[in-house]
Ligand binder design. Structure first.
Ligand code: SF4
Length: 594
Protein backbone atom coordinates (compact mmCIF):
# COMPACT_ATOMS: atom_id res chain seq x y z
CA UNK A 1 0.00 0.00 0.00
CA UNK A 2 1.55 3.36 -1.00
CA UNK A 3 2.12 5.40 2.18
CA UNK A 4 2.15 8.79 0.43
CA UNK A 5 -1.64 8.77 0.29
CA UNK A 6 -3.43 10.49 3.21
CA UNK A 7 -6.01 7.72 3.29
CA UNK A 8 -3.50 4.84 3.32
CA UNK A 9 -3.32 4.59 7.17
CA UNK A 10 -7.04 3.74 7.19
CA UNK A 11 -6.89 0.98 4.63
CA UNK A 12 -7.27 -2.33 6.44
CA UNK A 13 -6.10 -4.77 3.76
CA UNK A 14 -2.61 -5.54 2.62
CA UNK A 15 -2.08 -6.03 -0.25
CA UNK A 16 -4.89 -4.00 -1.81
CA UNK A 17 -6.94 -5.75 -4.46
CA UNK A 18 -6.75 -4.61 -8.05
CA UNK A 19 -8.74 -1.39 -8.45
CA UNK A 20 -8.98 -0.44 -4.75
CA UNK A 21 -6.17 2.14 -4.83
CA UNK A 22 -7.52 3.87 -7.95
CA UNK A 23 -11.03 3.85 -6.50
CA UNK A 24 -9.92 5.27 -3.14
CA UNK A 25 -7.90 7.98 -4.93
CA UNK A 26 -10.91 9.02 -6.99
CA UNK A 27 -13.10 9.20 -3.88
CA UNK A 28 -10.45 11.02 -1.83
CA UNK A 29 -9.87 13.75 -4.40
CA UNK A 30 -13.54 14.29 -5.10
CA UNK A 31 -14.16 14.79 -1.36
CA UNK A 32 -11.08 16.98 -0.99
CA UNK A 33 -12.21 19.26 -3.81
CA UNK A 34 -15.84 19.26 -2.66
CA UNK A 35 -17.11 17.72 -5.88
CA UNK A 36 -20.18 15.52 -6.16
CA UNK A 37 -19.34 12.52 -8.28
CA UNK A 38 -21.10 9.44 -9.60
CA UNK A 39 -18.60 6.63 -10.19
CA UNK A 40 -19.13 3.67 -12.45
CA UNK A 41 -17.01 0.76 -11.17
CA UNK A 42 -17.37 -3.01 -11.37
CA UNK A 43 -18.55 -5.11 -8.42
CA UNK A 44 -16.56 -7.45 -6.30
CA UNK A 45 -13.21 -5.69 -5.71
CA UNK A 46 -13.93 -4.17 -2.28
CA UNK A 47 -15.39 -0.72 -2.96
CA UNK A 48 -16.76 -0.30 0.58
CA UNK A 49 -13.37 -0.76 2.24
CA UNK A 50 -11.64 1.53 -0.27
CA UNK A 51 -14.29 4.25 -0.05
CA UNK A 52 -14.32 4.21 3.76
CA UNK A 53 -10.53 4.48 3.92
CA UNK A 54 -10.58 7.36 1.43
CA UNK A 55 -13.08 9.34 3.48
CA UNK A 56 -11.78 8.69 6.99
CA UNK A 57 -9.14 11.48 6.80
CA UNK A 58 -12.04 13.94 6.46
CA UNK A 59 -13.93 12.26 9.28
CA UNK A 60 -10.90 12.57 11.52
CA UNK A 61 -10.74 16.21 10.41
CA UNK A 62 -14.21 16.81 11.88
CA UNK A 63 -16.65 16.07 9.06
CA UNK A 64 -19.42 13.56 9.46
CA UNK A 65 -19.81 10.71 6.97
CA UNK A 66 -23.36 9.66 6.15
CA UNK A 67 -23.50 6.39 4.23
CA UNK A 68 -26.76 5.46 2.53
CA UNK A 69 -27.14 1.86 1.35
CA UNK A 70 -29.98 0.08 -0.40
CA UNK A 71 -31.03 -1.90 2.66
CA UNK A 72 -30.40 -1.84 6.38
CA UNK A 73 -28.42 -5.10 6.04
CA UNK A 74 -26.05 -3.40 3.60
CA UNK A 75 -25.70 -0.40 5.93
CA UNK A 76 -24.65 -2.84 8.68
CA UNK A 77 -21.84 -4.12 6.45
CA UNK A 78 -20.33 -0.63 6.57
CA UNK A 79 -20.23 -0.87 10.36
CA UNK A 80 -18.61 -4.33 10.14
CA UNK A 81 -15.98 -2.88 7.80
CA UNK A 82 -15.37 0.03 10.18
CA UNK A 83 -14.94 -2.37 13.10
CA UNK A 84 -12.14 -3.99 11.14
CA UNK A 85 -10.51 -0.62 10.41
CA UNK A 86 -10.82 0.39 14.08
CA UNK A 87 -9.27 -2.91 15.14
CA UNK A 88 -6.46 -3.06 12.59
CA UNK A 89 -5.66 0.64 12.23
CA UNK A 90 -6.66 1.98 15.67
CA UNK A 91 -8.83 4.55 13.89
CA UNK A 92 -11.11 5.11 16.92
CA UNK A 93 -14.10 6.05 14.76
CA UNK A 94 -17.49 6.15 16.48
CA UNK A 95 -20.20 4.88 14.21
CA UNK A 96 -23.73 3.57 14.21
CA UNK A 97 -26.12 1.91 11.75
CA UNK A 98 -29.54 3.44 12.16
CA UNK A 99 -32.87 1.59 12.26
CA UNK A 100 -36.38 3.06 12.22
CA UNK A 101 -38.43 3.69 15.36
CA UNK A 102 -40.83 0.85 14.58
CA UNK A 103 -37.92 -1.63 14.62
CA UNK A 104 -36.26 -0.13 17.70
CA UNK A 105 -39.22 0.41 20.03
CA UNK A 106 -39.71 -2.67 22.27
CA UNK A 107 -43.37 -1.78 22.79
CA UNK A 108 -44.40 -1.85 19.15
CA UNK A 109 -45.08 -5.20 17.41
CA UNK A 110 -42.17 -5.63 14.95
CA UNK A 111 -42.76 -4.45 11.33
CA UNK A 112 -46.42 -3.63 11.91
CA UNK A 113 -46.40 0.14 12.29
CA UNK A 114 -45.49 2.69 9.64
CA UNK A 115 -43.03 5.46 10.67
CA UNK A 116 -45.81 7.99 11.24
CA UNK A 117 -47.83 5.53 13.35
CA UNK A 118 -44.77 4.63 15.42
CA UNK A 119 -44.06 8.33 16.03
CA UNK A 120 -47.68 8.85 17.07
CA UNK A 121 -47.63 5.87 19.41
CA UNK A 122 -44.40 7.06 21.00
CA UNK A 123 -45.71 10.62 21.49
CA UNK A 124 -48.77 9.27 23.26
CA UNK A 125 -47.04 6.92 25.70
CA UNK A 126 -43.65 8.56 26.22
CA UNK A 127 -44.60 10.39 29.42
CA UNK A 128 -45.19 7.07 31.16
CA UNK A 129 -42.72 4.92 29.22
CA UNK A 130 -40.18 3.26 31.55
CA UNK A 131 -37.68 2.89 28.72
CA UNK A 132 -37.80 6.62 28.03
CA UNK A 133 -37.36 7.34 31.74
CA UNK A 134 -34.19 5.24 31.82
CA UNK A 135 -32.98 6.82 28.62
CA UNK A 136 -33.01 10.23 30.34
CA UNK A 137 -30.16 9.07 32.57
CA UNK A 138 -28.29 7.35 29.73
CA UNK A 139 -24.75 8.45 28.93
CA UNK A 140 -22.87 7.38 25.81
CA UNK A 141 -20.01 4.84 26.15
CA UNK A 142 -16.44 6.03 25.64
CA UNK A 143 -16.30 4.46 22.16
CA UNK A 144 -18.81 2.72 19.95
CA UNK A 145 -19.13 1.20 16.52
CA UNK A 146 -22.49 -0.55 16.52
CA UNK A 147 -25.06 -2.02 14.21
CA UNK A 148 -28.72 -1.24 14.88
CA UNK A 149 -29.21 -4.66 16.46
CA UNK A 150 -26.25 -4.06 18.79
CA UNK A 151 -27.60 -0.66 19.85
CA UNK A 152 -30.95 -2.32 20.53
CA UNK A 153 -29.33 -4.95 22.77
CA UNK A 154 -27.08 -2.42 24.48
CA UNK A 155 -29.99 -0.10 25.30
CA UNK A 156 -32.27 -2.88 26.52
CA UNK A 157 -29.54 -4.25 28.80
CA UNK A 158 -29.86 -0.86 30.56
CA UNK A 159 -33.65 -0.83 30.20
CA UNK A 160 -33.30 2.37 28.18
CA UNK A 161 -35.29 3.18 25.04
CA UNK A 162 -33.31 1.75 22.07
CA UNK A 163 -34.73 4.34 19.70
CA UNK A 164 -33.69 7.35 21.78
CA UNK A 165 -30.33 5.77 22.64
CA UNK A 166 -29.73 5.27 18.93
CA UNK A 167 -30.77 8.86 18.25
CA UNK A 168 -28.35 10.15 20.86
CA UNK A 169 -25.51 8.00 19.50
CA UNK A 170 -26.31 9.03 15.93
CA UNK A 171 -26.02 12.70 16.85
CA UNK A 172 -22.58 11.97 18.32
CA UNK A 173 -21.33 9.51 15.67
CA UNK A 174 -18.66 10.35 13.12
CA UNK A 175 -20.00 7.78 10.68
CA UNK A 176 -23.71 7.10 10.29
CA UNK A 177 -24.88 4.27 8.02
CA UNK A 178 -28.51 3.83 7.10
CA UNK A 179 -30.86 2.59 4.42
CA UNK A 180 -31.87 4.86 1.56
CA UNK A 181 -35.38 4.89 2.92
CA UNK A 182 -34.31 6.34 6.26
CA UNK A 183 -31.77 8.66 4.66
CA UNK A 184 -34.36 10.16 2.34
CA UNK A 185 -37.08 10.48 4.96
CA UNK A 186 -35.38 10.96 8.24
CA UNK A 187 -32.01 12.75 8.23
CA UNK A 188 -33.57 15.93 9.56
CA UNK A 189 -34.71 13.99 12.62
CA UNK A 190 -31.07 13.66 13.61
CA UNK A 191 -29.17 16.60 12.16
CA UNK A 192 -29.59 20.31 11.64
CA UNK A 193 -29.39 21.82 8.16
CA UNK A 194 -25.92 23.22 8.78
CA UNK A 195 -24.63 19.84 10.00
CA UNK A 196 -25.92 18.14 6.87
CA UNK A 197 -24.31 20.80 4.70
CA UNK A 198 -20.92 20.01 6.25
CA UNK A 199 -21.27 16.22 5.98
CA UNK A 200 -20.00 13.98 3.20
CA UNK A 201 -22.68 11.64 1.91
CA UNK A 202 -22.07 8.33 0.18
CA UNK A 203 -24.76 6.66 -1.92
CA UNK A 204 -23.91 3.02 -2.43
CA UNK A 205 -25.64 1.52 -5.52
CA UNK A 206 -26.40 5.08 -6.59
CA UNK A 207 -28.37 3.99 -9.66
CA UNK A 208 -31.32 3.55 -7.25
CA UNK A 209 -31.24 7.14 -6.07
CA UNK A 210 -33.49 8.97 -8.61
CA UNK A 211 -36.31 6.45 -8.34
CA UNK A 212 -36.08 6.22 -4.55
CA UNK A 213 -35.98 10.00 -4.16
CA UNK A 214 -39.08 10.23 -6.30
CA UNK A 215 -40.86 7.50 -4.35
CA UNK A 216 -39.93 9.09 -1.02
CA UNK A 217 -41.23 12.46 -2.20
CA UNK A 218 -44.43 11.20 -3.82
CA UNK A 219 -47.77 10.64 -2.11
CA UNK A 220 -51.04 9.11 -3.11
CA UNK A 221 -54.58 9.03 -1.88
CA UNK A 222 -56.90 6.27 -2.99
CA UNK A 223 -60.68 6.47 -3.33
CA UNK A 224 -60.79 3.56 -0.85
CA UNK A 225 -59.03 5.68 1.79
CA UNK A 226 -61.56 8.47 1.20
CA UNK A 227 -64.42 5.97 1.61
CA UNK A 228 -62.87 4.69 4.85
CA UNK A 229 -62.37 8.30 6.04
CA UNK A 230 -66.05 8.88 5.34
CA UNK A 231 -66.92 6.00 7.67
CA UNK A 232 -64.61 7.42 10.35
CA UNK A 233 -66.25 10.86 9.98
CA UNK A 234 -69.78 9.55 10.53
CA UNK A 235 -71.89 12.08 12.46
CA UNK A 236 -69.64 15.03 11.52
CA UNK A 237 -71.46 16.75 8.65
CA UNK A 238 -68.69 19.27 7.85
CA UNK A 239 -66.31 16.41 7.13
CA UNK A 240 -68.72 13.95 5.53
CA UNK A 241 -70.00 16.65 3.13
CA UNK A 242 -66.47 17.43 2.06
CA UNK A 243 -65.44 13.78 1.66
CA UNK A 244 -68.54 12.91 -0.35
CA UNK A 245 -67.71 15.85 -2.63
CA UNK A 246 -64.13 14.60 -2.96
CA UNK A 247 -65.37 11.14 -4.00
CA UNK A 248 -67.61 12.77 -6.62
CA UNK A 249 -64.61 14.69 -7.99
CA UNK A 250 -62.59 11.44 -8.22
CA UNK A 251 -65.41 9.60 -9.97
CA UNK A 252 -65.51 12.40 -12.53
CA UNK A 253 -61.89 11.76 -13.51
CA UNK A 254 -62.43 8.33 -15.02
CA UNK A 255 -59.09 7.16 -16.49
CA UNK A 256 -55.77 8.42 -15.18
CA UNK A 257 -54.74 11.90 -16.35
CA UNK A 258 -52.54 14.78 -15.31
CA UNK A 259 -54.54 17.42 -13.49
CA UNK A 260 -53.58 21.00 -12.80
CA UNK A 261 -52.83 21.39 -9.04
CA UNK A 262 -54.45 24.85 -8.92
CA UNK A 263 -57.70 23.65 -10.47
CA UNK A 264 -57.82 20.57 -8.18
CA UNK A 265 -57.28 22.86 -5.17
CA UNK A 266 -60.04 25.19 -6.42
CA UNK A 267 -62.42 22.21 -6.66
CA UNK A 268 -61.51 21.20 -3.09
CA UNK A 269 -62.14 24.71 -1.82
CA UNK A 270 -65.62 24.73 -3.35
CA UNK A 271 -66.60 21.68 -1.28
CA UNK A 272 -66.74 23.32 2.14
CA UNK A 273 -67.75 26.63 3.66
CA UNK A 274 -64.64 26.36 5.86
CA UNK A 275 -61.29 27.60 4.51
CA UNK A 276 -59.37 24.55 3.20
CA UNK A 277 -56.54 24.87 5.71
CA UNK A 278 -59.00 24.97 8.59
CA UNK A 279 -60.91 21.99 7.25
CA UNK A 280 -57.67 20.02 6.99
CA UNK A 281 -56.86 20.88 10.61
CA UNK A 282 -60.28 19.64 11.76
CA UNK A 283 -59.77 16.46 9.77
CA UNK A 284 -56.33 15.88 11.29
CA UNK A 285 -57.72 16.44 14.78
CA UNK A 286 -60.55 13.95 14.23
CA UNK A 287 -58.01 11.53 12.74
CA UNK A 288 -55.96 11.76 15.93
CA UNK A 289 -59.07 10.96 17.97
CA UNK A 290 -59.58 7.80 15.87
CA UNK A 291 -55.93 6.83 16.30
CA UNK A 292 -56.06 7.26 20.08
CA UNK A 293 -59.21 5.16 20.32
CA UNK A 294 -57.55 2.36 18.33
CA UNK A 295 -54.46 2.55 20.47
CA UNK A 296 -56.49 2.19 23.64
CA UNK A 297 -57.95 -0.99 22.18
CA UNK A 298 -54.40 -2.27 21.57
CA UNK A 299 -54.74 -1.86 17.81
CA UNK A 300 -52.52 -0.25 15.21
CA UNK A 301 -53.17 3.53 15.37
CA UNK A 302 -54.06 4.19 11.77
CA UNK A 303 -56.69 6.56 10.53
CA UNK A 304 -57.82 7.27 6.99
CA UNK A 305 -59.07 10.68 8.06
CA UNK A 306 -55.57 11.52 9.15
CA UNK A 307 -54.20 10.10 5.92
CA UNK A 308 -56.56 12.20 3.76
CA UNK A 309 -55.71 15.32 5.78
CA UNK A 310 -51.95 14.77 5.34
CA UNK A 311 -52.33 14.34 1.59
CA UNK A 312 -54.54 17.41 1.20
CA UNK A 313 -52.10 19.48 3.23
CA UNK A 314 -49.39 18.69 0.66
CA UNK A 315 -51.71 19.65 -2.20
CA UNK A 316 -52.74 22.88 -0.47
CA UNK A 317 -49.08 23.82 -0.02
CA UNK A 318 -48.85 23.96 -3.85
CA UNK A 319 -45.59 22.01 -4.12
CA UNK A 320 -43.28 22.95 -6.98
CA UNK A 321 -41.78 20.30 -9.23
CA UNK A 322 -44.67 17.88 -8.75
CA UNK A 323 -47.36 16.51 -11.05
CA UNK A 324 -50.85 15.67 -9.85
CA UNK A 325 -52.17 12.54 -11.54
CA UNK A 326 -55.86 11.86 -10.98
CA UNK A 327 -58.23 9.02 -11.80
CA UNK A 328 -61.40 7.54 -10.35
CA UNK A 329 -59.17 5.30 -8.24
CA UNK A 330 -57.48 8.23 -6.52
CA UNK A 331 -54.93 11.05 -6.82
CA UNK A 332 -51.16 10.93 -6.80
CA UNK A 333 -48.66 13.68 -6.19
CA UNK A 334 -45.63 12.62 -8.18
CA UNK A 335 -42.28 14.21 -7.49
CA UNK A 336 -40.64 15.12 -10.79
CA UNK A 337 -37.87 17.41 -9.68
CA UNK A 338 -35.01 15.83 -7.78
CA UNK A 339 -33.79 18.08 -4.99
CA UNK A 340 -30.25 19.33 -5.46
CA UNK A 341 -27.97 17.64 -2.92
CA UNK A 342 -27.35 19.71 0.22
CA UNK A 343 -23.72 18.66 0.37
CA UNK A 344 -21.10 17.09 -1.89
CA UNK A 345 -21.74 13.38 -2.31
CA UNK A 346 -20.00 10.31 -3.64
CA UNK A 347 -22.19 7.80 -5.43
CA UNK A 348 -21.06 4.54 -6.97
CA UNK A 349 -22.55 1.60 -8.77
CA UNK A 350 -21.72 -1.07 -11.32
CA UNK A 351 -24.44 0.39 -13.53
CA UNK A 352 -23.79 4.13 -13.33
CA UNK A 353 -23.62 6.22 -16.48
CA UNK A 354 -23.32 9.88 -17.57
CA UNK A 355 -27.11 10.34 -17.78
CA UNK A 356 -27.44 9.28 -14.13
CA UNK A 357 -24.70 11.71 -13.04
CA UNK A 358 -26.34 14.57 -14.93
CA UNK A 359 -29.71 13.72 -13.46
CA UNK A 360 -28.16 13.97 -9.96
CA UNK A 361 -26.30 17.24 -10.70
CA UNK A 362 -22.96 15.46 -10.32
CA UNK A 363 -19.77 14.75 -12.27
CA UNK A 364 -19.32 11.35 -13.86
CA UNK A 365 -16.22 9.19 -13.44
CA UNK A 366 -15.90 5.97 -15.34
CA UNK A 367 -13.61 3.58 -13.48
CA UNK A 368 -14.90 0.55 -15.30
CA UNK A 369 -11.43 -0.64 -16.26
CA UNK A 370 -9.75 -0.44 -12.84
CA UNK A 371 -10.77 -3.99 -11.91
CA UNK A 372 -11.35 -7.09 -13.97
CA UNK A 373 -14.87 -7.52 -15.25
CA UNK A 374 -16.22 -11.04 -14.86
CA UNK A 375 -16.20 -13.28 -17.84
CA UNK A 376 -19.69 -13.25 -19.35
CA UNK A 377 -20.87 -14.69 -22.65
CA UNK A 378 -23.69 -12.40 -23.78
CA UNK A 379 -26.34 -13.13 -26.40
CA UNK A 380 -29.19 -11.10 -27.85
CA UNK A 381 -32.10 -13.09 -29.27
CA UNK A 382 -33.24 -11.60 -32.56
CA UNK A 383 -36.62 -13.31 -32.96
CA UNK A 384 -38.37 -12.44 -29.70
CA UNK A 385 -39.71 -9.23 -28.24
CA UNK A 386 -42.22 -8.09 -25.62
CA UNK A 387 -43.27 -4.90 -27.43
CA UNK A 388 -46.95 -4.34 -26.83
CA UNK A 389 -47.81 -5.18 -30.46
CA UNK A 390 -45.88 -8.45 -30.43
CA UNK A 391 -47.05 -9.83 -27.07
CA UNK A 392 -49.10 -12.95 -27.78
CA UNK A 393 -49.44 -16.55 -26.69
CA UNK A 394 -47.21 -17.61 -29.59
CA UNK A 395 -44.53 -15.12 -28.65
CA UNK A 396 -44.46 -16.42 -25.05
CA UNK A 397 -44.26 -20.00 -26.34
CA UNK A 398 -41.26 -18.97 -28.41
CA UNK A 399 -39.68 -17.54 -25.25
CA UNK A 400 -40.31 -20.84 -23.47
CA UNK A 401 -38.63 -22.76 -26.33
CA UNK A 402 -35.56 -20.57 -25.85
CA UNK A 403 -35.74 -21.03 -22.09
CA UNK A 404 -35.54 -24.81 -22.48
CA UNK A 405 -31.95 -24.29 -23.64
CA UNK A 406 -30.93 -22.68 -20.37
CA UNK A 407 -29.09 -24.66 -17.68
CA UNK A 408 -30.17 -25.23 -14.11
CA UNK A 409 -29.53 -22.29 -11.79
CA UNK A 410 -30.75 -19.73 -14.28
CA UNK A 411 -32.32 -16.49 -13.11
CA UNK A 412 -35.14 -15.54 -15.47
CA UNK A 413 -36.04 -11.87 -15.06
CA UNK A 414 -38.95 -10.46 -16.99
CA UNK A 415 -39.72 -6.88 -18.04
CA UNK A 416 -42.86 -6.83 -15.86
CA UNK A 417 -45.31 -9.02 -13.96
CA UNK A 418 -47.49 -8.94 -17.03
CA UNK A 419 -44.72 -10.60 -19.05
CA UNK A 420 -44.09 -13.08 -16.24
CA UNK A 421 -47.78 -14.01 -16.38
CA UNK A 422 -47.43 -14.54 -20.15
CA UNK A 423 -44.59 -17.04 -19.58
CA UNK A 424 -46.57 -18.90 -16.93
CA UNK A 425 -49.58 -19.15 -19.23
CA UNK A 426 -47.28 -20.47 -21.96
CA UNK A 427 -46.37 -23.36 -19.64
CA UNK A 428 -42.88 -22.42 -18.52
CA UNK A 429 -43.34 -24.25 -15.21
CA UNK A 430 -44.03 -27.54 -17.02
CA UNK A 431 -40.86 -27.27 -19.07
CA UNK A 432 -38.44 -26.17 -16.36
CA UNK A 433 -38.27 -27.81 -12.95
CA UNK A 434 -38.09 -26.85 -10.23
CA UNK A 435 -39.18 -23.24 -10.65
CA UNK A 436 -39.40 -20.55 -7.99
CA UNK A 437 -41.83 -17.88 -9.06
CA UNK A 438 -42.20 -14.37 -7.66
CA UNK A 439 -45.73 -13.08 -7.08
CA UNK A 440 -46.78 -9.46 -7.37
CA UNK A 441 -47.33 -7.99 -3.90
CA UNK A 442 -45.16 -10.60 -2.17
CA UNK A 443 -43.81 -9.32 1.16
CA UNK A 444 -40.04 -8.94 1.39
CA UNK A 445 -39.96 -11.81 3.88
CA UNK A 446 -41.78 -14.14 1.46
CA UNK A 447 -39.50 -13.06 -1.34
CA UNK A 448 -36.40 -13.68 0.75
CA UNK A 449 -37.67 -17.17 1.60
CA UNK A 450 -38.20 -17.88 -2.11
CA UNK A 451 -34.68 -16.73 -3.00
CA UNK A 452 -33.30 -18.88 -0.19
CA UNK A 453 -35.08 -21.95 -1.58
CA UNK A 454 -33.69 -21.28 -5.04
CA UNK A 455 -30.19 -20.93 -3.61
CA UNK A 456 -30.54 -24.18 -1.68
CA UNK A 457 -32.27 -26.30 -4.33
CA UNK A 458 -31.14 -24.88 -7.68
CA UNK A 459 -33.53 -24.91 -10.62
CA UNK A 460 -34.99 -21.76 -12.16
CA UNK A 461 -35.86 -18.50 -10.48
CA UNK A 462 -38.58 -16.48 -12.19
CA UNK A 463 -38.86 -12.86 -11.13
CA UNK A 464 -39.05 -9.34 -12.49
CA UNK A 465 -36.29 -6.89 -13.38
CA UNK A 466 -36.06 -4.31 -10.60
CA UNK A 467 -37.36 -6.84 -8.03
CA UNK A 468 -35.58 -7.98 -4.89
CA UNK A 469 -33.93 -11.02 -6.48
CA UNK A 470 -32.60 -9.10 -9.48
CA UNK A 471 -30.85 -6.35 -7.49
CA UNK A 472 -28.90 -6.35 -4.28
CA UNK A 473 -28.97 -10.13 -3.72
CA UNK A 474 -25.73 -11.98 -4.40
CA UNK A 475 -25.54 -15.49 -5.81
CA UNK A 476 -21.90 -16.37 -5.15
CA UNK A 477 -19.98 -19.42 -6.32
CA UNK A 478 -22.31 -20.53 -9.04
CA UNK A 479 -25.58 -20.24 -7.11
CA UNK A 480 -26.80 -18.49 -10.23
CA UNK A 481 -24.96 -19.46 -13.40
CA UNK A 482 -26.96 -17.81 -16.12
CA UNK A 483 -29.43 -14.98 -16.54
CA UNK A 484 -32.18 -14.71 -19.10
CA UNK A 485 -33.84 -11.29 -19.45
CA UNK A 486 -37.30 -11.48 -21.01
CA UNK A 487 -38.06 -8.18 -22.74
CA UNK A 488 -36.66 -4.69 -22.12
CA UNK A 489 -37.94 -3.53 -18.72
CA UNK A 490 -39.34 -0.21 -19.91
CA UNK A 491 -41.88 1.48 -17.68
CA UNK A 492 -45.41 1.06 -19.06
CA UNK A 493 -46.66 4.24 -20.78
CA UNK A 494 -48.73 6.32 -18.34
CA UNK A 495 -49.60 9.95 -17.60
CA UNK A 496 -47.00 9.90 -14.78
CA UNK A 497 -44.28 8.79 -17.18
CA UNK A 498 -45.30 11.44 -19.71
CA UNK A 499 -45.24 14.08 -17.01
CA UNK A 500 -41.71 13.01 -16.08
CA UNK A 501 -40.48 13.06 -19.68
CA UNK A 502 -42.06 16.50 -20.19
CA UNK A 503 -40.47 17.74 -17.01
CA UNK A 504 -37.03 16.69 -18.23
CA UNK A 505 -37.65 18.01 -21.69
CA UNK A 506 -38.69 21.50 -20.63
CA UNK A 507 -37.14 22.04 -17.20
CA UNK A 508 -33.77 20.32 -17.54
CA UNK A 509 -32.93 19.86 -21.23
CA UNK A 510 -34.22 22.98 -23.00
CA UNK A 511 -36.75 21.20 -25.21
CA UNK A 512 -34.52 18.24 -26.16
CA UNK A 513 -37.07 15.40 -26.26
CA UNK A 514 -34.60 12.65 -27.14
CA UNK A 515 -32.41 13.47 -24.16
CA UNK A 516 -35.44 13.64 -21.89
CA UNK A 517 -36.54 10.17 -23.01
CA UNK A 518 -33.06 8.75 -22.55
CA UNK A 519 -32.94 10.03 -18.95
CA UNK A 520 -36.49 9.33 -17.83
CA UNK A 521 -37.37 6.23 -19.83
CA UNK A 522 -34.50 4.46 -21.56
CA UNK A 523 -31.68 4.44 -19.01
CA UNK A 524 -33.76 3.40 -15.99
CA UNK A 525 -34.88 0.34 -18.00
CA UNK A 526 -31.38 -0.57 -19.14
CA UNK A 527 -29.96 -0.15 -15.65
CA UNK A 528 -32.57 -2.60 -14.36
CA UNK A 529 -31.69 -5.07 -17.10
CA UNK A 530 -27.95 -4.67 -16.42
CA UNK A 531 -28.43 -5.13 -12.67
CA UNK A 532 -30.34 -8.35 -13.26
CA UNK A 533 -27.81 -9.53 -15.86
CA UNK A 534 -24.98 -8.97 -13.39
CA UNK A 535 -26.35 -11.29 -10.68
CA UNK A 536 -24.12 -14.32 -11.40
CA UNK A 537 -20.98 -12.15 -11.37
CA UNK A 538 -19.97 -11.11 -7.90
CA UNK A 539 -16.20 -11.47 -8.30
CA UNK A 540 -13.81 -11.26 -11.26
CA UNK A 541 -13.43 -15.07 -11.21
CA UNK A 542 -17.13 -15.73 -11.87
CA UNK A 543 -18.19 -17.06 -15.26
CA UNK A 544 -21.66 -17.08 -16.70
CA UNK A 545 -24.03 -16.71 -19.62
CA UNK A 546 -26.37 -13.78 -20.14
CA UNK A 547 -29.24 -13.89 -22.60
CA UNK A 548 -30.90 -10.59 -23.47
CA UNK A 549 -34.20 -11.86 -24.75
CA UNK A 550 -35.50 -9.04 -26.92
CA UNK A 551 -34.39 -7.97 -30.37
CA UNK A 552 -34.59 -4.30 -29.29
CA UNK A 553 -31.36 -4.77 -27.31
CA UNK A 554 -29.40 -4.75 -30.59
CA UNK A 555 -30.47 -1.16 -31.29
CA UNK A 556 -29.75 -0.19 -27.68
CA UNK A 557 -26.15 -1.46 -27.73
CA UNK A 558 -24.53 1.95 -27.18
CA UNK A 559 -26.56 2.55 -24.02
CA UNK A 560 -25.60 -0.78 -22.41
CA UNK A 561 -22.68 -1.06 -19.98
CA UNK A 562 -19.42 -2.01 -21.73
CA UNK A 563 -19.41 -5.61 -20.43
CA UNK A 564 -22.83 -6.31 -22.01
CA UNK A 565 -22.10 -4.46 -25.23
CA UNK A 566 -19.96 -7.20 -26.76
CA UNK A 567 -22.94 -9.48 -27.35
CA UNK A 568 -23.54 -12.00 -30.13
CA UNK A 569 -26.91 -11.97 -31.87
CA UNK A 570 -28.65 -15.32 -32.38
CA UNK A 571 -31.87 -16.44 -34.02
CA UNK A 572 -33.62 -19.69 -33.08
CA UNK A 573 -32.08 -21.42 -36.14
CA UNK A 574 -28.65 -20.51 -34.74
CA UNK A 575 -29.48 -21.70 -31.21
CA UNK A 576 -26.60 -24.16 -31.27
CA UNK A 577 -24.27 -21.20 -30.66
CA UNK A 578 -26.01 -20.52 -27.37
CA UNK A 579 -26.09 -24.14 -26.19
CA UNK A 580 -22.42 -24.53 -27.05
CA UNK A 581 -21.58 -21.40 -25.03
CA UNK A 582 -23.57 -22.76 -22.09
CA UNK A 583 -21.69 -26.07 -22.26
CA UNK A 584 -18.28 -24.47 -22.65
CA UNK A 585 -18.67 -21.66 -20.12
CA UNK A 586 -20.50 -23.50 -17.41
CA UNK A 587 -19.41 -27.01 -18.10
CA UNK A 588 -23.01 -28.24 -18.07
CA UNK A 589 -25.09 -30.23 -20.48
CA UNK A 590 -27.93 -28.45 -22.19
CA UNK A 591 -31.48 -29.58 -21.50
CA UNK A 592 -32.76 -29.75 -25.04
CA UNK A 593 -31.02 -30.65 -28.28
CA UNK A 594 -30.77 -27.71 -30.66
S1 SF4 B 1 -39.91 6.18 24.31
FE1 SF4 B 1 -38.95 4.52 23.21
S2 SF4 B 1 -39.69 2.65 24.14
FE2 SF4 B 1 -41.06 4.32 24.76
S3 SF4 B 1 -42.66 4.31 23.23
FE3 SF4 B 1 -41.13 5.76 22.53
S4 SF4 B 1 -39.81 4.59 21.18
FE4 SF4 B 1 -41.02 3.14 22.37
Amino acid sequence: MPSDRPWAPFFAYDPARRGQVEFADAVYWAAKEGRSVVINAPSGFGKTAACLAALLPFVKGGRRLIWAARTHREAERVIEELKLINAKRSAGVNAVAVMGRSEMCPLIPPSEYGPDEAAFYCREVRATCKYYKHFLSFSAPAEWCMTGVEVHKYALSREACPYFVQRALTRLSQVVALSYQLALQGLHTYFKEVELANAITVFDEVHNLPQLMREAGSEQLTAKSVEQALREAKGKPVLTGFLEGLLTILEGYGEERVEDVASFTAKLKSLSPLPLVELINVMRFEGEVVRKALMLQGKRPRSSLHRVASFLKLVAEGLKGYALVASKKGVKLIRLELPRPQCAFIGFSGTADPALAEELYAEYANLDSIAARPSARVFVLTDVSTTFEERSGDMYKRYVEWLKLMPERTGIFTASFDVLKGLLEAGVEKELTPTFVEREGMTSRENEALIKKFKEQGGYYLGVCGGRASEGVDYPQGLMKAVYIVGVPFEEPSPSLNALINYYRWERYFGDERKAKVTAYLMPALRKAAQAAGRPFRSPEDKGVVVLGDKRFTALRRYLPAWLRSFKTVSYEERGTLTKAVEETLNVKRLTSP
